[in-house]
Write a protein of this length. Structure first.
Length: 526
């Protein structure tokens, strides 16, 4: 099989660049946990229709050859770690073609291939990355893509996939790919690095620092990590979870199109974006489950200026949004407040979260600033390979400190993919899946609510049955035996305490709107 790893450059002078702040964070994190594959970001593109495998390989190889970030290694100079572009003069074969048509179950074989490969630990100093074209049938291929996060972030992955699709389409039309010299996205890595260096020396950096330290002057302990939402596991002492080399728990399903239309309706009524409505709904969910009126939602951001959206590299960061979710607030008021907070954060998106953590004297890189992270990937994944359509499926989004809810837009007329990425050392897979079901139920109710409706009046789902979508945090193995403790009994419909008409004698009472009355349950915030 061809080797994906970059080879030494035969250019007379190899380009050496500084690391971005985000790359420094990835390098440090990987060195602290060298045996973990959590910094793998992976995706599967299901291509249906005819595909010329030789031309596809040529397109992917050319794309990777032209991409600086796919050809970098870390070097040490003058006591500093930098990155060096080691691109050879001529493209070489880096795509693996794997024929699975002879297996008993090609789909299952493809899933095994991707799971096993994704569990491998890449070398942070010389990441190999991995591209494989899995042939399941003459008219069905899976393009498996895996990058190390030190070189590529989510936005860059979308840029590279689109570049390969465009190159393949041109090759099918008879174009000579050797004549293509423009890097994917039209921008070089040196531009991204130079822009960040200029930013850190500018007045804008100082203004961003003042904004974020001001927002968190009284919020140094703003978040709880995901502990306010999910019951943390106690059966693990820190080893890897979820199977050999597992980097995280990843669940996902399609958000129903009527629910997505409801989010967009609320956005239009409140003159904002559907992503702001989504964050508002997630904040309301977090407040209801945790029993707190103030939550901090992290918003994943590419952390770069608009002019460099096409540059391939690693600049991703998390923007912490401290939000007040008061009981008397209407859906519209909550959405507008969240939209205002998001606008302020996005204007200052380039300030690294790790830098903010240092300013606040936090030792965990800022991970505990947020209760959970929302990652809205609004990239256009409607890719076309010379008439053959491709559907994207995310496999891994990189490291997850605690809990992350991701939403990936897809082609028009299809609801987005939504799900959880969680740290397997902290949470049980069954708890994650049950919470995902509860989030989807609450989202459907929130999206259907009138904008003047109090958010606390939103039921757990549009079915009006709180038991069917009740968050299962307190259900499995929760403490019982005293009044006010959640019910111990496990139920596929959530905690048995919320099922009507029968009520557990020791359970906290639930109001008709679905809110806990009295003190929050003892699992909240842990």
């Amino acid at each position: 099989m061809p080797e994906n790893r970059p080879v030494p450059s035969d250019d007379p002078v190899a380009e050496v660049l500084e690391l971005t702040a985000a790359q420094e964070g990835v390098r440090y994190g990987q060195l602290l946990d060298p045996g973990s594959p959590k910094y793998n970001i992976a995706e599967c593109l299901e291509i249906r229709g005819g595909l010329d495998e030789d031309l596809f390989a040529a397109a992917v190889d050319r794309m990777l050859h032209l991409c600086d970030s796919a050809n970098t290694v870390l070097v040490e100079q003058d006591g500093r770690v930098r990155q060096q572009v080691v691109r050879p003069r001529e493209p070489r074969r880096r795509l693996r073609v794997v024929d699975l048509t002879g297996t008993a179950d090609p789909v299952a074989a493809a899933e095994r291939y991707m799971a096993e490969e994704m569990a491998l630990v890449d070398d942070v100093a010389a990441p190999a990355h991995h591209h494989a074209l899995l042939r399941l049938a003459p008219d069905l291929h899976h393009w498996y893509i895996r990058y190390h996060h030190i070189a590529v972030d989510g936005l860059s992955g979308a840029v590279l996939a689109r570049s390969a699709a465009e190159l393949y389409t041109r090759a099918v039309g008879g174009a000579d790919l050797a004549a293509v010299t423009v890097p994917p996205g039209g921008r070089a890595l040196r531009e991204l690095v130079a822009d960040e260096a200029a930013y850190r020396a500018s007045e804008r950096f100082a203004a961003d620092r003042a904004y974020w330290t001001g927002r968190f002057a009284d919020h140094a302990e703003a978040g709880t990590g995901g502990g306010g939402l999910l019951r943390r596991r106690t059966d693990r002492d820190g080893g890897a979870a979820g199977g050999p080399g597992a980097g995280g728990l990843h669940t996902g399903e399609t958000l129903a199109l009527p629910v997505f239309d409801g989010l967009r309706r609320l956005a239009e009524e409140n003159r904002t974006t559907w992503s702001a409505v989504l964050v508002a709904a997630v904040a309301a969910y977090a407040a209801r489950v945790s029993g707190r009126e103030e939550v901090c939602v992290g918003l994943a951001s590419h952390g770069r200026p608009g002019a460099l959206r096409g540059a391939v590299g690693m600049t991703a960061t998390i923007l912490p949004l401290p939000l007040a979710v008061r009981p008397g607030v209407t859906v519209g008021e909550l959405v507008r407040a969240v939209a205002t907070e998001m606008r302020g954060a996005l204007r200052h998106r380039r300030f690294p979260r790790e830098q903010l953590a240092r300013e606040l004297n936090l030792a965990d890189g800022g991970a505990r600033l947020t209760d959970l992270v929302v990652n809205v990937m609004g990239y256009d994944y409607a890719l076309d390979f010379a008439g053959s359509s491709a559907t994207s499926r995310l496999l891994s989004i990189g490291p997850v400190d605690d809990v992350s809810l991701f939403v990936s837009e897809r082609s028009e007329g299809t609801g987005p993919l939504i799900g959880f990425d969680t740290n397997p050392e902290l949470y049980h897979p069954e708890d994650v899946r049950l919470h995902q079901r509860a989030v989807l139920g609450f989202l459907s109710a929130f999206a259907a609510a009138p904008w003047a409706h109090p958010w606390t009046a939103c039921p757990w789902s549009t079915s009006g049955r709180p038991g069917s979508c009740w968050p299962p945090v307190g259900a499995p193995n929760c403490p019982a035996g005293r009044r006010g403790a959640p019910c111990r009994r496990r139920s596929p419909r959530g905690c048995a305490a919320t099922r009507r008409p029968r009520r557990c004698r020791t359970a906290p009472r639930c109001s008709p709107t679905g809110n806990w009355s009295g003190r929050p349950p003892r699992w909240a915030g842990r």
